[in-house]
Design a protein around this ligand. Structure first.
Ligand SMILES: [Zn+2]
Length: 359
């Protein structure tokens, strides 16, 4: 049920870490004091200390080291809801703001992660799909456990009722698809509120896409339902970004090298003025897709990479616009274009574009 992070991040991270070391820029990776008052880096975990699932698990020793780094590095770990409300109000966040989120509601959150997070005093948000908890599998948190955690400050939010893929299927009737999505979101919300309290996940309402998959149509349904939506694309979240596809860095034991972790924390929101393609769906005929990224300002060293960390074809059009296209066809079910550039006052501008690729 967890999200299998693709290899691209690993390869890309390694590449950038190497490049960074090469140019001895480590010192400038930390955020400048007042650069990012409308930005936060949001981390996404699934399982803790459960080695059977290396792509969605973090080892306890790795997790401890990450929490230690957040503390010693002066990061402000804030509740996700507070960050989203600051985005909404356009009010400033402290520098180096970070949120910790966990998808799927596995038991190891309570047994292995919660005591550590409590020791550090770090708030966090768990996205649950109620059917898993109603069915009382021993791998998932019980509602009683969730109530206990909530009393200790943990937030719970909506991850759909059943964790089915919510994208419209081929040949699925439009009205039926819309009512399927609405029911998934509304049923989950109803269960959250009846089990955890009327006000649970209402201020604001937050949703995490199952499997991190979305397209423009799905985003619009969630928008109509009034949700902030969490994606699984990499990059820093910003009040200037898309509130229906808020990026999160998936963290797992495969990508838990400390330099990678520091790099993720040092990402900045890519100042994008306009994207040519917001549909996110790629048909056979349009594969590989062309993405034109118009920036709000001139930045240097703009480059884009495919899922394997290989450079994409990037053509500069004028001073602030780039045409990005893969040389090879993208692979189903999902792929990404990831673009980066060194930020002026430290860190990396970072944008990752999700493609849902037709099989
Ligand atoms: Zn999930």
């Amino acid at each position: 049920m967890g999200y299998n992070e693709s290899r691209f991040l690993e390869v890309l991270m390694r590449f950038i870490v190497k490049m960074t070391l090469l140019f001895a820029l480590i010192g400038s990776l930390s955020h400048a004091k007042d650069c990012c008052e409308n930005e936060a880096v949001i981390l996404l975990y699934h399982r803790f200390g459960d080695d059977r699932y290396p792509s969605t698990n973090i080892k306890i020793e790795q997790f401890k080291a990450q929490l230690e780094h957040l503390q010693s590095g002066g990061y402000h770990v804030l509740p996700l809801s507070r960050i989203l409300k600051a985005f909404e109000a356009k009010s400033p966040l402290p520098p180096k703001s970070v949120a910790i989120t966990v998808d799927d509601g596995y038991k190891t959150i309570l047994t292995n992660a919660h005591p550590l997070l409590k020791r550090y005093g770090y708030p966090y948000t768990v996205f649950v799909n109620p059917s898993a908890h109603d069915n009382a599998s021993k791998n998932f948190l019980t509602w009683d456990e969730m109530r206990r955690m909530q009393a200790e400050g943990v937030e719970f939010a909506n991850h759909s009722a059943t964790h089915e893929n919510l994208l419209q299927k081929k040949g699925e009737d439009d009205a039926l698809w819309r009512s399927r999505v609405s029911a998934e979101v509304r049923d989950a919300q109803k269960r959250l509120q009846s089990e955890l309290g009327e006000r649970r996940n209402t201020d604001p309402k937050i949703f995490s896409y199952p499997f991190g998959e979305f397209d423009e149509k799905l985003k619009m349904v969630l928008h109509e339902l009034g949700y902030y939506c969490m994606a699984q694309t990499s990059g820093a979240a910003s009040s200037e970004g898309d509130m229906l596809a808020i990026p999160r860095f998936a963290i797992s034991q495969r990508f838990a090298d400390m330099e990678d972790f520091k790099l993720k924390l040092a990402t900045r929101h890519m100042p994008i003025a306009h994207l040519s393609d917001k549909k996110h769906r790629v048909s056979h005929a349009a594969n590989p897709p062309l993405l034109i990224i118009e920036l709000k300002k001139e930045i240097r060293g703009f480059g884009c990479y495919d899922s394997l960390g290989e450079p994409l074809e990037v053509q500069k059009q004028g001073s602030m616009s780039y045409a990005v296209k893969s040389k090879t066809k993208l692979k189903p079910p999902r792929d990404r274009y990831t673009c980066t550039a060194k930020a002026e006052n430290g860190g990396w501008y970072w944008y990752s574009h999700l493609w849902v690729v037709e099989d």
